[in-house]
Structures are given as structure tokens and as C-alpha cells.
Write a protein that binds this ligand. Structure first.
Ligand code: RUB
Length: 308
């Protein structure tokens, strides 16, 4: 089982697969694929392999609660089942995976529907990094015939802004790229800031690509609405019980490959934007205020707080 999983894990680790949704989808799909290929002879062996696969995937990127919630839920359901035949267990993993992905797709459609209502013709929208959820909203607004433009940041050091720019251009959306440090320079010309999320904490703070919190601060200063587009399942349940969401720190080589010896390079992948700077979280339940997140998650996905 683990060979197939390790291959996908490596692609997640080196950012060939990036963005919380894409990572979660890839992890869910490979879990099903790995389960189907399992050679386990009994339930115990199968569960052991499944757990090992989960650990490998969990260890790819630290700040990914959507992936963690998805895998936790699937494993929980499998453990709860009384099935003993590995073939049947593999079938169960496949159907749970399909169901989960269908749920994510439905949420994404709803987020696009709600989010696009906030985009008007003539708007200039600023986004940061690459969020498939944000692109989904912009695509939908475009399909609805709205004429707007997008400013996207480079998102150093890995330039995910280029993925966003390419995808938006494919949709026929007028797109301008700026370096990350030019955000304040352009903020006064922007109508709306729209970013994705990797994690949402129990207090309604949002973890997203490094630089997001600085953009939120600049938007706040300029009184420009700052929205986060995110499935509720990016909620990090452990933050409810006092733990912090870990922030992944990546290799300094991403910042400067042949840096002079002795130079210290810090490269956190994400930062935390306090809820005070966030106008709303656009999620499958609608546009909600960040401080209501815990109640909304508890109502919609009670298992997120229960499943171990
Ligand atoms: C990607 C990033 C995205 C969120 C949301 O960081 O910060 O804004 O993951 O993306 P990285 P999505 O490139 O390091 O993974 O809306 O697609 O889930």
C-alpha cells in the first residue's frame, strides 16, 4: 500500500500538488487507490496499512486540516465497520473517498455561487498565492458575464501566483501580476481582497500563504473588504482544545538556492490573519462572520470535533 502513497506524498511535499483542496483530494484519492491494491490478508493487516498510509500523508505538510479531517473521517468509518474481508474493506474506503470528494465538490460549487455575488462588473479584485476556491469564485463571476479584473501577487518564494495568473487568463479575465511588496501601493485601487485558507482556528483566525496577514492589515488600513473563501472542513479541531495550528516552515533553499554560507534564512509557508481583519468567510453555509466558525462547524459537521 505504502509505495503508491509515498509517491503522491512526495508530490505533495515538493508542491507539485499544492493548495489545501488539491492536497486533500489527492490524499483521499490515493488512500482509496492504495486500499484497492492492498495485499493484506485480514482486517488487522488492512487497518495497519491504512494507518501507515494516513501517517505518511499527514507528514507531508503540517498545516493542512482539510486533508487531516478527511483522512480521519474515512479511517474512523472503516474502523467502525464490522467488515473483516480486506476486499470489502477496500470497497468501503473507495466509496467513502468518493463520497467525501463529492461533498467537497458540492461545497465548492456553493462557495463559488455565494462568492461570485460579491463581485461586480468594474471591480478590481486582489488575490494572493493560488487558491482553487478563489479561482472557482472568479470563474463563476466571469461565467455570469461580469466584467472585472484581478491583481495577483507573485507569492514568493514558490510563485504560486503564476498558477493563478495562468488559470485566470484561460478564463479570459484581465489579470495583472505584482510583486508581493507592491500590495500597499495598489491597495487603494482595489475593490475587494479575496484569498483562500489552509486552516481556520476555533477563534476564527485564518492560516493562509505567508504574506496574507500583511495584505489583510493593508486592506484594513485602506478600508477595503477582505474575504476568505474556504470550505468549513479546513477548520482545525485541535485549536478548540488549546493547541495551535502548526505553521509549516520550508527549506531556506526555496528562498536562495546558493546563499552564502552562514546566512540564516527563515521560510514559513503560512501566517495567521486575525479574525478582526476578515470581513467574512465565504463557505458552503454562506458568508459567515469568522467568530461564528465553531458553532457553524459544530452544526454542519459535528463529527469534526468528535472523531479522534
Ligand atoms: C496554498 C495556499 C492557498 C490555500 C487555499 O499554499 O495558501 O491559498 O491552500 O487553496 P501552498 P485552496 O501553495 O503552499 O499549498 O482554495 O485551493 O484550498
Amino acid at each position: 500500500m505504502s509505495e503508491i502513497v509515498r509517491r503522491v506524498a512526495e508530490r505533495i511535499r515538493n508542491l507539485e500538488i499544492q493548495g489545501a483542496r488539491n492536497i486533500a483530494m489527492a490524499a483521499i484519492s490515493v488512500l482509496a487507490e492504495a486500499a484497492e491494491s492492498s495485499k493484506a490478508r485480514n482486517r488487522e493487516g488492512f487497518l495497519r496499512e491504512l494507518l501507515e498510509a494516513k501517517e505518511i500523508l499527514f507528514n507531508t505538510r503540517e498545516t493542512e486540516p482539510l486533508m487531516r479531517n478527511a483522512l480521519r473521517k474515512i479511517l474512523f468509518e472503516v474502523k467502525e465497520s464490522r467488515l473483516t474481508d480486506p476486499r470489502e474493506l477496500a470497497g468501503l474506503v473507495s466509496s467513502l473517498s468518493r463520497e467525501f470528494i463529492k461533498g467537497l465538490e458540492a461545497s465548492n460549487r456553493r462557495i463559488a455561487e455565494y462568492g461570485s455575488k460579491r463581485i461586480r462588473s468594474g471591480y478590481r479584485v486582489l488575490t494572493h498565492c493560488h487558491s482553487s476556491t478563489v479561482v472557482g469564485i472568479l470563474r463563476r463571476a466571469r461565467e455570469e458575464g461580469k466584467d472585472f479584473e484581478v491583481l495577483c501577487t507573485e507569492s514568493r518564494p514558490r510563485y504560486q501566483g503564476r498558477i493563478t495568473a495562468r488559470e485566470l487568463l484561460e478564463e479570459g479575465i484581465r489579470t495583472t501580476m505584482i510583486v508581493d511588496s507592491a500590495v500597499r501601493n495598489f491597495m487603494k485601487t482595489v475593490d475587494l481582497v479575496l484569498v483562500g485558507a489552509d486552516a481556520i482556528t476555533s477563534e476564527g483566525n485564518v492560516v493562509n500563504k505567508i504574506g496574507t496577514s500583511m495584505i489583510a492589515l493593508v486592506a484594513y488600513e485602506a478600508r477595503i473588504p477582505f474575504y476568505v473563501a474556504s470550505e468549513l472542513l479546513k477548520f482545525s479541531p485541535q485549536t478548540t482544545y488549546g493547541e495551535y495550528e502548526k505553521i509549516e516552515e520550508r527549506s531556506g533553499e526555496e528562498v536562495w538556492k546558493d546563499a552564502p554560507p552562514g546566512l540564516i534564512i527563515r521560510n514559513p509557508a503560512f501566517d495567521v490573519t486575525r479574525r478582526d481583519y476578515i470581513h467574512g468567510i465565504i463557505c458552503e453555509e454562506g458568508i459567515i462572520s469568522p467568530h461564528t466558525i465553531l458553532e457553524v462547524v459544530r452544526r454542519r459537521y459535528p463529527w469534526v470535533l468528535a472523531v479522534d
